[in-house]
Design a binder for this molecule. Sequence first.
Ligand SMILES: NC(=O)c1ccc[n+]([C@@H]2O[C@H](COP(=O)([O-])OP(=O)(O)OC[C@H]3O[C@@H](n4cnc5c(N)ncnc54)[C@H](OP(=O)(O)O)[C@@H]3O)[C@@H](O)[C@H]2O)c1
Length: 393
Amino acid sequence: MRRISIFGATGSIGVNTVDLITRQGGSDAYDVVALTGGRNVARLAQQARDLRADMAVTCFPECYTALKEALAGSGIAAAAGPDAVAEAADRPADWTMSAIVGAAGLVPGLRALRHGGTLALANKESLVTAGPLLMQTARDHGARILPVDSEHSAIFQTLVGEDPAAVERIIITASGGAFRDWPLDRLATATPAQAATHPNWDMGQRITIDSASMFNKALEVIEVQEYFGVDPTQIQVLVHPESLVHAMVGFRDGAIMAHLGAADMRHAIGYALNWPDRANLPVERLDFARIGQLNFRDPDPARYPALVLARQVMATRGLAGAVFNAAKEAALDAFIDGRIGFLAMAEVVGAVLDRVSHETSLTNAVISLDNVMQADQLARDCAAQIIKKSKQY
Ligand SMILES: NC(=O)c1ccc[n+]([C@@H]2O[C@H](COP(=O)([O-])OP(=O)(O)OC[C@H]3O[C@@H](n4cnc5c(N)ncnc54)[C@H](OP(=O)(O)O)[C@@H]3O)[C@@H](O)[C@H]2O)c1
């Protein structure tokens, strides 16, 4: 039986992963090694019971007692804290879903790769903060990373059987998020609740707000560079309000291969779960006559400054991704808490990138876990100072 673990099982990607695993036979078909979550202890315990997991881990030590109680009598081991999450990744699994949100997903992902199995990577922050380290770890241990972001899964699928050297450009699409049709001068007043609604996708709160600001797309552009090794000039973003074309790859003979599908993450998750086969997945089949038309336009840099910052990060490389992601996480926390406005998020991240790159060379640094952690902390401290000092935000 295939041994599987799910990191971030209680989140949006995690729940969809559990849904597919359950539909594909659950504990009769899979040996579930570990499930991890955070505050949603009741859901984590229920998932662990349903899938007969060996262990369940919450990343929050204060949730340990509740988890232990919820698992009482089940024989399922309970543990808590970031170290326990990392240790759960030390338990050998053949397939691991990396669906923790934020930079916290990096260490469990690195540890899981050491088993030489498959890491289904939804946690884009890992690639943005430490792409070369993640890829090298996979190579060193004969492990495979399969992308779970819909755009990157689409690119991956489009490239099957193709010569990577024949790729001319990669286009990823963006819905434009909650505010794509708002007048620019209204954006400064946007609230976290307004930003946390997505026109097409049903996702976690943080990634939904990141979609409204296009920080999510900025992370994804960097992810394309890290995953597929193309030059930044070959990567293009298009606003595509229907969210049906996820990515397109243009080849040197002028052909363009597009990947289309319903806005349902179970496609990308199911592809990674069943790769190299294709399973019968419970996703909507597209009816093109009903859809009628597909629209595309260039993103407006004034509306989406995060995309401009992503270009700066790709040009700098090195530890710039770690700084960018950490500053983005700090700015997002501040926006969610009402400490800064919607537009200030990009201003804070830009200011952190400028300040940190003046203080230290980001470009030539070795991408080790220690260096990545240090850059992450430096960026969070710097963001905190900027957010605190700047009344104009
Ligand atoms: N949602 C999507 O459609 C989508 C699409 C593409 C890529 N992704 C990527 O997939 C990842 C997960 O996204 P999501 O939308 O599923 O997020 P989510 O709904 O917020 O779920 C995040 C998961 O991580 C847990 N968690 C939160 N903080 C943690 C920490 N510090 N340490 C360990 N675990 C922690 C959460 O636990 P509790 O909820 O129990 O507190 C939950 O299980 C992100 O990197 C995102 O960018 C998501």
